[in-house]
Design a protein around this ligand. Structure first.
Ligand code: AMP
Length: 197
């Protein structure tokens, strides 16, 4: 039997297209909120490095810019939530990305009586995303950062899978849209205001 801590962990969901600056914002917010930052992409890359069984399966998807299938992600997100139940809160960066993933997270939260503090959607126009992707390619070691075709594929997948998932989330949570253009500091300020509103 799973023993739940008396003070329930809260969840902040940060969503938005690839190259929108989610990771940077999550790293800044984790300090001010005292939450743990969980990036599913980082976790996948860690599993890959460690050559764990799940990491071996996920590598092909991650490197090609495709989404890892929902059933495989379901096991990973369940594990991540349960590993962190004693935290004050977690910032989920990169999950959910599809409608079935929204259902999975809803199920996990209901089952564990956990609360979503806020859902933040960082909005950035496509031309800017591509410009940022190109810049990131210069310094990144990630295979999926090096190829313009993968940049385009990831943005296309966002439009096809993740945008409808965000719309679906709006039927369950108040989703706050944040303009992702501007200085990093201004965007953090806007997100913080939206969380506290
Ligand atoms: P990220 O670091 O968030 O850009 O994610 C890198 C890659 O990891 C994505 O392109 C996907 O291949 C995989 N990934 C991360 N999160 C998810 C998710 N929620 N569902 C499916 N695949 C994911």
């Amino acid at each position: 039997m799973r023993i739940l801590p008396s003070k329930r962990m809260e969840i902040l969901i940060i969503t938005g297209p690839p190259y929108s600056g989610k990771g940077t914002q999550c790293e800044l917010l984790k300090t001010s909120l005292g939450f743990t930052h969980i990036s599913t992409g980082d976790r996948i890359r860690k599993e890959k490095e460690e050559k764990s069984p799940i990491g071996r399966i996920m590598t092909e998807y991650e490197e090609s810019g495709a989404l890892v299938p929902d059933e495989i992600m379901q096991d990973l997100i369940g594990l991540i939530i349960d590993e962190n139940l004693h935290e004050r809160g977690i910032i989920l960066d990169g999950y959910p990305r599809t409608k079935p993933q929204v259902d999975t997270i809803l199920h996990l939260l209901t089952d564990r009586k956990l609360k979503v503090k806020a859902v933040i959607n960082i909005d950035v126009p496509q031309e800017e995303l591509l410009a940022r992707a190109k810049k990131r390619a210069e310094s990144s070691d990630r295979k999926d950062d090096k190829d313009i075709n993968i940049h385009l594929k990831r943005i296309e997948i966002f439009e096809k899978e993740t945008r409808p998932a965000i719309e679906y989330m709006k039927t369950r949570f108040p989703v706050k849209n944040i303009n992702g253009l501007g200085t990093i500091k201004d965007i953090t300020k806007a997100i913080t205001a939206a969380i506290n509103a």
